[in-house]
Design a binder for this molecule. Sequence first.
Ligand code: CAA
Length: 293
Amino acid sequence: MAEIRRVAVLGCGLMGSGIAEVVAKAGFETWVRELNVDLLKKGRTSIEKSLGRAVEKGKLSAEDRDATLGRIHTTTELQDLKDCDLIIEAVTEQLDLKNEMFGTLDKLCPPHTIFASNTSSLTIADMAAATSRPDRIVGLHFFNPVPVMKLVEVVRTIVTSDETFQRTFDFARNIGKDPIVAKDTSGFVVNRLLVPYMLDAIRCLEQGLASIEDIDKGMTLGTGYPMGPFVLCDFVGIDTLYRIAEIMFDEFRETRFAPPPLLKRMVSMGYFGRKTRKGFYDYTVEPPQPIRL
Ligand code: CAA
């Protein structure tokens, strides 16, 4: 089996930057590709901040931080990724966009290169079909915040080869994660369970069952979840949750995956959660206050 030495991450947003950080920290030469230099700078700054926090807390030495940053190479050109052994895409949830990139890389990369997607709700087979190497495509689904959450879902399609699966699964372990295996259906294991839960919380709110704060308090104090469902929705991103729900509803045609009207209204109003400083909570004030919706 060809060894994985060089890894590329497509996209350096919230998930891509976290993935690049853990991969480089584990000792792999890591290439990060973004659309332009500004996005690359933004992504690199967030990696530097995250590693800086780890140094301050005594979890990482300054030398290891510098070595990790030294292993991260940035580019805007797909051409520069042609020598990578594993390419992980973490761009927005648009199948056309992902397939266009994988289609180009398919022509540039050697046969042993594995393509992986961090998609949270699209199916891997829909990407595999766009390349000439469907047996070398897998899902590698990370969780936010990537440096903290131990889980990675390794997703195999009906045509993923045993070798590709094993190399990817071993890679997930080698970067310090604790992987599980999932079949290639929308949402895999975690979002299959988590998304209906978050959507149900919104439906409870729509029906006036209880307030945002009390529903959150109920689930943190009553079940020991680290975040209540509305804090979690704001953390994941209201726009992202809406998109995932649409994709999962399209896959299963079950009403429990359908985005509730309130979620749609919030997307229209630009209430995307923490990233826009307004979601179910208002983050422009300290401590954040629930919004009357
Ligand atoms: N980067 C690096 N480290 C971070 C971090 C980040 N973005 N955010 C928090 N941490 C670290 C902190 O430094 C801290 O480390 P120490 O314990 O060593 O000091 C630790 O995580 C705990 O952080 P805090 O004390 O600040 O806060 P907390 O105890 O409330 O934990 C949390 C924060 C880890 C995010 C926790 O609230 C949690 O686990 N929440 C649930 C997150 C979750 O469900 N994620 C999955 C979302 S779904 C998804 O990602 C998939 C999808 O497809 C949509």
